[in-house]
Ligand binder design. Structure first.
Ligand SMILES: Cc1ncc(COP(=O)(O)O)c(C=O)c1O
Length: 368
């Protein structure tokens, strides 16, 4: 599929076919495509899009993040151009701050295409030796968190099995990291400014030492951010720069998005989360009524279809329990006018109204 244009919750391909989009730029477009804010951002183009010298918008973004997001535990932020880059920097920072090299990450998590974090040709095996993979949502992971680790990185809610019952696990993880002197990094690239104004940290009341953001924060422009206490962020000798880092266009977009969030203008998390819940309830009812071994699981406005009616605890369970005929469902659903991205993650926006949820539900009903 090749896309020609996108507006509200719709995408149109080059043949003019229109689909309800449930990916929304992999979660970035929380207001909707071609929204009022995006159009305002284009004003910045007239004043230049790249200076490589600090700009006024970055100060404003820092101000909003410090004052409203997690003021008690993150007081300094640095900016880059993607979630992957933010995680690369966070990991480098953790290694420099602790003087240790090994990083713990969780099975089923996604932190971008970082060497040592993905299975890919071209990655020397030595990178993987510096990363320990732990079982997610499984208390068996705690004994593997030992003082030789520099940091643990985790998505508070994993896209591969989005769930809202993860709070206690995250709180225990916080305790274990403190006990062992291991930094806790929350990768909030997907969950930040989506699950709530304060991301997963806010929803589950957990204070990570370092946080990374991306997606929603850029308002549709490429962004990454690393936040933490000054004491950690100011670690000497850690490199952060880059030609496009904190460019005025992206920073202007981030400033407007943050203003919007703080002032509850175009983004209302209560409404957004309600639509997420409605989608889960409606689709689950369709699956139950049609006796299909399928369910929707999720947290807030982030959902995914799983191809089993059994309860799954993590990605490992998903892999064991899911049936394999998933491609047919996604292709057929697309023919019925609803697009779910290849990663299977459904991310709603403010333009997904009750009426749109009903349309998605009817399309699923005709698909299965
Ligand atoms: C949790 C998480 N971390 C990191 C990334 C990578 O971000 P980017 O694609 O902007 O590099 C993603 C992207 O999907 C993500 O969902």
């Amino acid at each position: 599929m090749v896309i020609n244009k996108a507006y509200d919750c719709y995408i149109e391909d080059k043949q003019g076919n229109k689909f309800i989009d449930t990916s929304m730029g992999a979660g970035s477009q929380i207001i909707g495509h071609d929204n009022k804010l995006i159009r305002k951002i284009s004003e910045q183009v007239k004043s230049g899009t790249i200076y490589t010298i600090p700009n006024i918008h970055t100060d404003a973004v820092n101000f909003y993040l410090k004052k409203y997001i997690n003021p008690e535990f993150h007081d300094k932020y640095v900016f880059c151009n993607s979630g992957t880059e933010a995680n690369m920097r966070a990991i480098r920072l953790a290694r420099a701050y602790t003087g240790k090299n090994k990083i713990g990450r969780f099975h089923g998590g996604w932190h971008g295409g970082l060497d040592g974090f993905i299975e890919s040709r071209g990655v020397p095996s030595i990178f993987n030796e510096l990363v320990e993979v732990l079982p997610y949502n499984d208390e068996g992971c705690f004994e593997k968190i030992t003082p030789d680790l520099a940091a643990i990185i985790i998505e508070p809610v994993q896209g591969s099995n989005p769930r809202s019952d993860i709070g206690i696990f995250l709180q225990k993880l916080r305790e274990r990291c403190t006990e062992t002197g291991v930094l806790l990094i929350f990768d909030e690239v997907m969950t930040g400014f989506r699950l709530s104004m304060r991301g997963g940290a806010g929803v589950f009341s957990v204070k990570p030492d370092v946080v990374t953001y991306g997606k929603v924060l850029g308002g549709g422009f490429p962004i990454g951010a690393v936040g933490g206490k000054k004491e950690i962020l100011k670690t000497k000798g850690v490199f952060y720069g880059g030609t496009f880092s904190a460019n005025p266009l992206t920073m202007y977009a981030a400033k407007l998005i943050l203003k919007t969030i703080v002032n509850k203008r175009y983004i209302r998390y209560d409404k957004l989360n309600l639509m997420g819940e409605l989608l889960r309830d409606k689709l689950n009812q369709v699956f139950i009524d049609k006796k299909k071994p399928m369910r929707v699981i999720g947290c807030g406005s982030t959902n995914r279809v799983v191809f089993t009616d059994k309860i799954i605890k993590n990605r490992e369970d998903r892999d064991k329990l899911e049936s394999q005929n998933q491609k047919y469902f996604y292709n057929q659903l697309k023919s019925n006018g609803v697009f779910i991205n290849v990663n299977g993650i459904i991310q709603l926006s403010m333009s997904h109204t009750h009426k749109i949820i009903n349309k998605i539900s009817s399309a699923v009903m005709s698909t299965i």
